[in-house]
Design a protein around this ligand. Structure first.
Ligand SMILES: C[S@@+](CC[C@H](N)C(=O)[O-])C[C@H]1O[C@@H](n2cnc3c(N)ncnc32)[C@H](O)[C@@H]1O
Length: 273
């Protein structure tokens, strides 16, 4: 069962998450200029992300990032002159992070960016000052195991910065039940509802949903991180809402600093070992 999820994850995520954004920007070749353009657009979408890097002193610290995707966070982290390590279950995100670090003149870091699983992190106990994992651990199929692995590899006093999907988001509390209600009246609807919900969060170029996704509440986070101290949770991110056949559009940007802080899609967790 776990082996099946791992295999599906390594296939699914070989299409870099962020490929849809890259396509919308007309990016079909990877080089310094196109990655800069991608990162600028990515940070415009997630303007709160850089703060989780900038408000820490990462210089010379050992930092592990798990779940690399298109690599905007890898780029931000490695640019701080930390000792950067990366891990991803799929090959292409690893290649992308290696490319980015090579471009930054950190060519000897290739072996520090590996293919491997968050469920069995290929590093020794007590090795890292920071572990970052944004939007990854809820895809592993075993959230408790992935968090205990993060705990294991952190040094005492080290910090985890983890993003997990919020079970109590506006999407989960309003949009998903509304879709469920509509589906109930659709005859012949063959789509599995849980798969449909996963596709709202992560889907590939042909519209397939990520193989596995968990959604957690703040109280579940407290229990999942019970071995850590100073656990803090910030709620971020929101959907754009297009209502009444496009007559009313509520841009997500206008909601990021208000509604999103209560009912947003993502929980940003920081916690100390
Ligand atoms: C939604 S993407 C997030 C990427 C990036 N952090 C971002 O926010 O754009 C999830 C990433 O987690 C990786 N991933 C999924 N399961 C994993 C596992 N068991 N171990 C390590 N990485 C995994 C995927 O390959 C993918 O690159």
């Amino acid at each position: 069962m776990q082996g099946d999820i791992d295999r599906k994850n390594s296939e699914f995520w070989d299409e870099l998450c962020g490929s849809g954004l890259a396509k919308s920007l007309g990016i079909n070749e990877i080089n310094n200029a196109t990655l800069k353009e991608f990162d600028k657009a990515y940070i415009e979408i997630y303007p709160y992300l850089p703060k989780y890097v900038e408000n820490k002193n990462l210089e010379d610290k050992k930092v592990l990032e798990i779940g690399l995707g298109y690599g905007t966070l890898s780029q931000l982290l490695a640019s701080t002159n930390c000792d950067y390590f990366g891990l991803d279950i799929a090959t292409n995100p690893v290649k992308m992070a290696q490319y980015r670090l090579n471009q930054l003149g950190k060519a000897n870091k290739d072996e520090q960016i590996k293919v491997g699983s968050a469920l069995s992190i290929p590093h020794e106990d007590n090795s890292f000052d920071y572990v970052y994992s944004i939007g990854c651990l809820h895809h592993t199929g075993d959230l408790p195991q992935s968090i205990s692995e993060v705990y294991r590899v952190l040094k005492p006093g080290g910090q985890a910065v983890i993003m997990l999907y919020n079970r109590n988001s506006f999407r989960q509390l309003v949009q998903v039940p509304w879709q469920r209600f509509k589906q109930f009246f659709k005859r012949n609807s063959k789509q599995n509802f849980a798969t449909f919900v996963r596709s709202l969060y992560d889907s590939n170029a042909v519209g397939e949903a990520a193989p596995h996704t968990d959604y957690v509440s703040s109280s579940q986070v407290k229990s999942l991180f019970s071995d850590f101290s100073n656990v803090s949770i910030e709620v971020q991110n929101f959907d754009t809402y297009v209502l009444f056949d496009g007559k009313l559009v509520i841009n997500r940007e206008s909601l990021l600093n208000n509604f999103a802080r209560f009912l947003g899609l993502d929980l940003y967790i920081t916690a100390i070992k």
